[in-house]
Ligand binder design. Structure first.
Ligand code: SF4
Ligand code: SF4
Length: 353
């Protein structure tokens, strides 16, 4: 498999002018052909409404705007869409991406769009998909993830961002089918072999370390990276924050299925810098026994933070959370998917220390 180019360009702030310049440079260095007069679908990472933590959780609106400006010059028809975990309208508004979508094109909320069924007999976890018609009908898909750690898959970048192409509550239900790191990683690759973006660009200006993708801490990185290949982009981005890409199961599986390679050609910098992120609790170096003990730690609620909104209970795929009025997790039913921790707007759910 040929080495794909991955560009890395420094970008110290979210000032629109700086981001505009950096995005264009990252595309050019990666030899990405900018679409002309095409239907282009931009897929950011819009998880939910997380107030002041939004910058470290969601793809920055400045990057989305920079991409839109480039596409508009080339007379492209622009669609921007995702399927956030929490209320979609509220999430897109909070991310400020709603405004950009209205300014340059159209906002698509996957679960509100017409869906098209796809069957994939080669998929390992899910053979039947329902994807948004607008997404499938696009000439070009631009995948715009955020650089973060992830409590289940360790790292979230280009491959993981495509999980958001699964509309609405289906995502939570799928966690029942794919409740382990391996199964979820296989599922991500199942999605990837059906939705293969032509352009991938990651927001690494401010990322999230620790208990990502939503309950960690913001981390300044100062780079934007781009590639035609989602796999190559993930290889380089995960390495940048201190992971061995061969230990990220989604990347490993994608390479195994010949959808990408661990080899790449870095452009923009001579050497890839290392900006070590604090890792989530599933650490490679732990023995299986200790890892299992970590995974069995109960999920507790911080009653000072919890606003009793019930979102965790409504979104729990295993119906394991009862409100009393604070959430209580039934350990027997819980499948450890961590959706509840991911979607809680107050970050009130934590694993017991
Ligand atoms: S833990 Fe979070 S999601 Fe659950 S009820 Fe409390 S605030 Fe809402
Ligand atoms: S309680 Fe939380 S971790 Fe357990 S199944 Fe429900 S959403 Fe997943």
């Amino acid at each position: 498999m040929k080495k794909e180019r991955v560009s890395i360009v420094q970008c110290k702030s979210y000032k629109q002018k700086e981001v505009d310049k950096t995005v264009l440079k990252a595309f050019n260095l990666a030899k990405i052909t900018i679409p002309k007069r095409k239907k282009v679908f931009i897929k950011p990472n819009v998880v939910g409404n997380f107030g002041k933590n939004q910058t470290a959780i969601t793809t920055s609106p400045e990057i989305i705007e920079a991409i839109c400006k480039i596409l508009k010059k080339n007379n492209c028809k622009i669609y921007i869409g995702d399927s956030p975990f929490t209320n979609a309208v509220d999430s897109f508004r909070a991310s400020k991406i709603e405004k950009i979508a209205k300014k340059y094109g159209k906002l698509i909320i996957f679960e509100q769009d017409k869906l098209i069924k796809i069957r994939d007999n080669k998929a390992k976890i899910l053979k039947n998909f329902n994807f948004s018609k607008t997404l499938l009908n696009a000439d070009v898909i631009i995948n715009v993830p955020k650089l973060k750690t992830h409590q289940l898959t360790k790292f979230t970048g280009a491959l993981k961002n495509l999980y958001g192409c699964i509309p609405g509550g289906m995502k939570q239900r799928l966690h029942l089918k794919a409740s382990t790191e391996k199964k979820l990683s296989n599922l991500l690759v199942d999605v990837y072999q059906n939705i293969k973006p032509e352009i991938n660009i990651i927001d690494g200006i401010i990322g999230m370390e620790g208990e990502g993708p939503t309950a960690g801490e913001p981390k300044k990185v100062g780079y934007i990276l781009a590639s035609k290949s989602a796999v190559s982009l993930d290889v380089v981005s995960s390495k940048l924050i201190g992971y061995n890409p061969r230990k990220i199961l989604a990347i490993k599986e994608a390479v195994k299925r010949k959808l990408g390679s661990f080899k790449y050609e870095l452009v923009g910098l001579e050497k890839l810098p290392l900006i070590k992120f604090k890792k989530p609790f599933v650490r490679d170096k732990l023995t299986k026994k200790i890892k299992d003990r970590f995974l069995q730690r109960p999920i507790l609620v911080d009653e000072k933070k919890c606003i009793k909104c019930g979102l965790c209970s409504r979104k729990c795929p295993a119906k394991a959370i009862k409100l009393t009025p604070y959430p209580v997790v039934d350990k027997k039913k819980c499948i450890r998917c961590f959706c509840c921790m991911e979607i809680c707007p107050q970050h009130a759910l934590k694993l017991k220390e």
